[in-house]
Design a protein around this ligand. Structure first.
Ligand SMILES: NC(=O)c1ccc[n+]([C@@H]2O[C@H](COP(=O)([O-])OP(=O)(O)OC[C@H]3O[C@@H](n4cnc5c(N)ncnc54)[C@H](O)[C@@H]3O)[C@@H](O)[C@H]2O)c1
Length: 278
């Protein structure tokens, strides 16, 4: 399961957080990497997104492990940009065997408050971005008769949440894309599966906006203040899970031997799956 020697893996949103952890997990196990990130803030997202320096740092960490790495600043909502990156990777590295459609944003707002700009951002990054990633890598995978694709949904892709209407819609949509793509590509040696994380310890949850949302009664809430609120969203009594725990599931789903697992959703969510239907 752990040998990815000779494989090439594309990871979107790899400048930091889970995407960086996935990229390093593949590099440590012998794969070459293709990484990208938008490296720009969005007016619709109320916490900082990654920087070009962080993407460069991920690239350096991969090459320090002795692996080749193509790195590109791009927005996954931009289909031609993703197609160009895949074409470059196929020309320079020969192929893409694995794609992890990880890039995404958290946009908070409910029926009464979510703006059109916020809706467009969360659907563009989280849903269209996943569609674009799959459609960009699929032609080469079909030609070669081999591919392993993982999408990133959320525990909010399997339930609703107050003030999360756009995010939840995007992550339910990711599961719809995953199950449909799994069937479209089933005759071509390509699997498509999703992970559905709970609270993962990345900048997406560790930021002032999120902390204030969790503890609006405090002027300067700290992690100690918000941790019990995060824990209450899980079933197991833990506020957050490390990215590497998600990486292990991503590795499993993209291992060569996971040939007949396709169209499934694997929760990494400290028991939230126990609350939703099968
Ligand atoms: N952290 C959590 O609690 C949690 C829970 C469930 C699901 N997720 C999902 O996991 C994935 C990874 O998030 P994370 O926790 O590592 O957060 P993160 O904010 O640390 O990382 C997300 C990365 O994606 C990049 N990105 C955002 N939109 C992009 C776009 N349109 N094009 C290219 N890059 C883009 C960001 O710059 C950032 O580097 C996301 O899809 C997120 O929705 C996160």
């Amino acid at each position: 399961m752990d040998d990815f020697q000779g494989r090439v893996a594309l990871v979107t949103g790899a400048a930091r957080g889970q995407g960086r952890a996935h990229a390093l997990a593949y590099a440590e196990r012998g794969a070459d990497l293709v990484i990208c990130d938008r490296c720009e803030d969005s007016p619709a997202v109320r916490y900082p997104l990654a920087t070009e320096a962080e993407l460069a740092e991920t690239e350096k960490m991969v090459t320090d492990l002795g692996r080749r790495c193509i790195s590109q600043k791009l927005d996954t909502a931009d289909r031609p940009a993703l197609e160009a990156l895949v074409a470059r990777a196929e020309s320079e590295l020969g192929k893409i065997d694995i794609a992890v459609a990880n890039a995404g944003v958290s946009v908070m707002g409910g029926v009464q408050t979510l703006t059109t700009e916020q809706w467009d951002e969360v659907i563009g990054s989280n849903l269209t971005g996943v569609f674009n990633t799959i459609t960009a890598v699929a032609p080469g995978m079909i030609e070669r008769g081999y591919g392993r694709i993982v999408t990133v949904s959320s525990m909010l892709g399997r339930q609703g949440g107050p003030g999360m209407i756009g995010y939840s819609a995007s992550k339910w949509g990711v599961i719809g894309i995953t199950k449909s793509a799994a069937q479209d590509l089933a005759y071509n040696g390509i699997t498509v599966n999703a992970v559905a994380p709970g609270n993962i310890s990345t900048p997406m949850i560790h930021n002032d906006t999120m902390y204030h949302l969790m503890r609006g009664d405090l002027e300067n809430p700290t992690w100690d203040d918000v941790a019990p609120v995060f824990a209450s969203l899980h079933v197991q009594p833990v506020p957050a899970i490390e990215s590497e725990e998600v990486s292990r599931v991503v590795l499993f789903l993209t291992a060569e031997a996971s040939a007949h697992l396709t169209g499934i959703v694997v929760p990494v969510d400290a028991g939230v799956a126990a609350r939703v239907t099968a």
